[in-house]
Ligand binder design. Sequence first.
Ligand SMILES: [Zn+2]
Ligand SMILES: [Zn+2]
Length: 335
Amino acid sequence: MTMKAAGSPSLLQERRSIAAHVSVYIFVIVPFIALLATIPVAWGWGLRWSDVVLAIAWYVVTFLGITVGYHRYFTHGAFKAKKHIRIALAIAGSMAVHGPIVHWVADHRRHHAFADKEGDPHSPWLFGTTPLGVLHGFWHAHVGWILNRDLTNQTRFAPDLLADRGIRIVHRLFGPLTAATILMPPMIGGLVTWSWRGALTALFWASLVRIALVHHVSWSVNSICHMIGERPFATRDRSANFWPLAILSMGESWHNLHHADPTCARHGVGRGQIDISARFIWLLERLGWVDDVRWPTSRRLSRLTLRRDGEVAQSPVLSIRTTPDIENVRINFDE
Ligand SMILES: [Zn+2]
Ligand SMILES: [Zn+2]
């Protein structure tokens, strides 16, 4: 892939070294495999079906709270929602333990305003392109920035949310909602299995492991999806589509389109680019709970600039190259 956007100045001087590239892969993949290995080890004595069902259910609900709620709706206004859905999305997002809603939205709007430049709260490209600089950048973009005590100016970046009483209340309830997201799975697990042991294993898997997974998958959008992947659309930043995370991130890893068209309700616009969050928004639209959804119509997509990049054109997972394919994008949902 080239680093140069069509028609705009290059953001980088050169590609990172093979050593740095390999280290990023190792840093990303090995700990995750170790995490997955705990499942067969614990099966039968410390993990049962009720834990798996609870963990998946809480993962899906809280992750959609972030992707559909915090991100596509509250940050970018990709659709309009009825009041009860607005509050439900804010609560579900809070239960992902990503921080109170107004902080999250202010940080993320700042990310788009300064993407991969000074002022971006979590760009991986602020520490140079040496192997150490890349590792430092990965750490900073993934989790390091969260450990910084600086808060984004909410009055500047999220005045609309500050003006909403219901959202201010959900914002202030972040502490109790965090307690709820940790304590409710063991309560359910204990009741379903009628045992303290069932409560304890649900606490471990459906609360703690689930929150860790929600964290790392969504943090990967900030780190990996600004480092590795395909960039079919011309943007002024390093945002990329990283297909291996499409399912777990519920469509958020189609991050290049998102930076090219931030208010679009669907990020995976190419054929075969699964976007579970977009499908959920579609469902809410069908139920009449949301409207004015900014779907990626062919007219909308035709305004975006495709990056002229031979390597992207060879990608088996992308079909966003010609107008006929773009025409098909909207139709995909009704197939
Ligand atoms: Zn981004
Ligand atoms: Zn965004």
